[in-house]
Design a protein around this ligand. Structure first.
Ligand code: FPP
Length: 229
């Protein structure tokens, strides 16, 4: 969700106004995804590197997370949304940690859309914490297969993403879901996150629909497979 700061600066507003507007965009995109039958939506809200920002911006973001949890969880539940918060939460205010745990429990039974908010998350952190857990669970074992790591990743409950969208003009992964993005389609747009609406989402989906996902196979093989199914 990149571009909040620049959206605000362009309007001579403080950067935090961009984050507040970003929350409105989150609401709209969650609704739009649910309406389109998207079952998993994962938002990168705060990276492990975002602690390097000015202290007042970090604290505004923390307050914003709390407000969202306070105000929106009831509505999420009513709309069939299951909320998951993924990342190293230990560095967050204990109150925020408690609210996150409660919100997850409150929405755990919902099945329409799983909304994952990545907070203090980093793709490398995820791979390493998974490797550590896997090694601890298998004492003495030194050779592991790729399939064995999956269950230890923070988002083991979700399929790998079909589509990755980065707003705000940069063309980078920035330590997001490194393991899971191996075969995802990547989509980059100059639109700042606060302006990313249902129409912008549809453009991203239309772009995705034109891609041919070969997973290492040839185009002819993919066509044959399609014909057979
Ligand atoms: C990146 O834009 C955005 C963030 C670091 C914060 C994202 C947070 C929200 C949208 C609000 C809360 C969301 C949830 C799910 C509760 P930037 O500040 O790096 O923008 P810039 O590149 O223009 O400076």
């Amino acid at each position: 969700m990149d571009g909040n700061g620049r959206w605000a600066t362009k309007r001579f507003l403080p950067r935090v106004a961009g984050h507040a507007k970003g929350v409105d965009a989150v609401r709209a995109i969650v609704e739009a995804c649910a309406a389109r039958g998207v079952e998993y939506l994962t938002l990168f809200a705060f990276s492990s590197e975002n602690w390097r920002r000015p202290a007042d911006e970090v604290s505004v973001l923390m307050r914003l997370f709390m407000t969202v949890l306070e105000r929106e969880v009831g509505k999420m539940s009513a709309n069939g949304i299951r909320l998951k918060i993924v990342g190293d939460m230990s560095r967050f205010d204990p109150k925020l940690q408690e609210m996150a745990t409660k919100a997850e429990a409150q929405t755990a039974g919902n099945t329409r859309l799983t909304l994952t908010v990545c907070a203090n998350y980093g793709g490398r952190w995820d791979v390493m914490q998974a490797v550590s857990k896997m090694a601890r669970a298998n004492p003495g074992v030194t050779d592991f297969s790729e399939d064995q790591l999956g269950p230890y990743l923070a988002m083991a409950y979700a399929p790998e993403p079909d589509l990755f969208i980065r707003t705000g003009g940069e063309q980078r992964i920035s330590n997001f879901l490194l393991w899971q993005l191996a075969y995802s389609e990547l989509y980059f747009t100059d639109t700042f996150w606060p302006d990313f609406d249902a129409k912008a989402l549809d453009l991203a989906i239309a772009s995705y629909q034109q891609r041919e996902r070969r997973f290492g196979r040839t185009s002819a093989q993919v066509l044959d497979q399609k014909k057979a199914s």
